[in-house]
Design a protein around this ligand. Sequence first.
Ligand code: NAD
Length: 361
Amino acid sequence: MTKKIAVLPGDGIGPEIVAEAVKVLECLNAEMNLGLVFENGLIGGAAYDVHGTPFPQQTLDLAKEADAVLLGAVGGPKWESLDISVRPEKGLLGIRSELQLFSNLRPAILYPQLADASTLKPEVVAGLDIMIVRELTGGIYFGQPRGIRMLENGERQGFNTLVYSESEIRRIAHSAFRIAQKRNRRLCSVDKANVLECTELWREVVTEVGKDYPDVALSHMYVDNAAMQLVRAPKQFDVLVTTNMFGDILSDAASMLTGSIGMLPSASLDANGKGMYEPIHGSAPDIAGKGIANPLATILSAGMMLRYTFNQAEAADRIEKAVNAALDAKVRTADIYSEGMTKVSTAQMGDAVVSALRAGA
Ligand code: NAD
């Protein structure tokens, strides 16, 4: 059975890095008969330039009929003065909400070869491999009512609403437990149940859902402690699941434990495991077109696609091994370069991963 991937390179370095991820997927596709087929579409500024909108109907149709989406990045100075309704970033928000991608997976992996890139001591972070599962379509970022109102005493008051329904908590909990089952079977749910009733319900529902996953060890942690533990001893975690806002903050902190933005993949999944896969970084307009961007975050995103949407754990493991092998071979793009290494281009890094696959990774 064929599996269709919608390939949306986007803007800036997007096309350069996505080309390398497709190269890697094509190599595995040929070797392992995965049945992957690719179809390209436009999103972001590139789509605006052709269709006058960052998220054209053709792209929506393609994304809906595909089994997974591989995205580069969107945005850049060329489109910054456009009206907010047609800015490239609207394309990204549009596709996330149209595909109902409520479960955002942000791994923080520190390859031992790059331990010096972190601002934390190597022994604290070397070999770090944690996954933050962030609820992406609910919580305080979307809750109503919201706004800034005038009080009777003439003072302005800002207000937002933190709201989660049981079904929203249940579906993100299921998603996180299933992810934990594919990793080391430990899940830590992060909340503020001692202060916020909404997250008291969160804790209750996550605990209930946990009964369906007796093979996963569930724990709970308050968000302030989780923030502290993430920088004190991050390797204690396997998978963390949390609300939209807590996840936003914790995942950025966790990603910076690794120190290299060009290395970090992400996935956003719907209830059926369909997903959009993209690097966490942006379109890097400062280096676009120079052939020096690091494609590894996008290549690792393609690996996540194989693992989480296509259930091809062996193929996903091979991508991770091949990235490791390329790093062992001391090839580095400029962003992760250090003395004694060989500086390579975007395409050469993609080639190094493909060579490692061909050599048996
Ligand atoms: P950015 O992530 O694009 O770049 C930040 C810095 O990291 C830059 O110096 C860049 O050169 C470097 N960098 C990023 N990715 C790299 C890679 N793969 N290899 C080597 N170096 C890399 O963030 P920014 O500069 O704040 O934003 C630039 C544009 O990207 C803006 O238009 C922004 O809106 C957009 N953006 C898009 C996304 C997305 O598509 N998901 C995310 C963030 C920002």
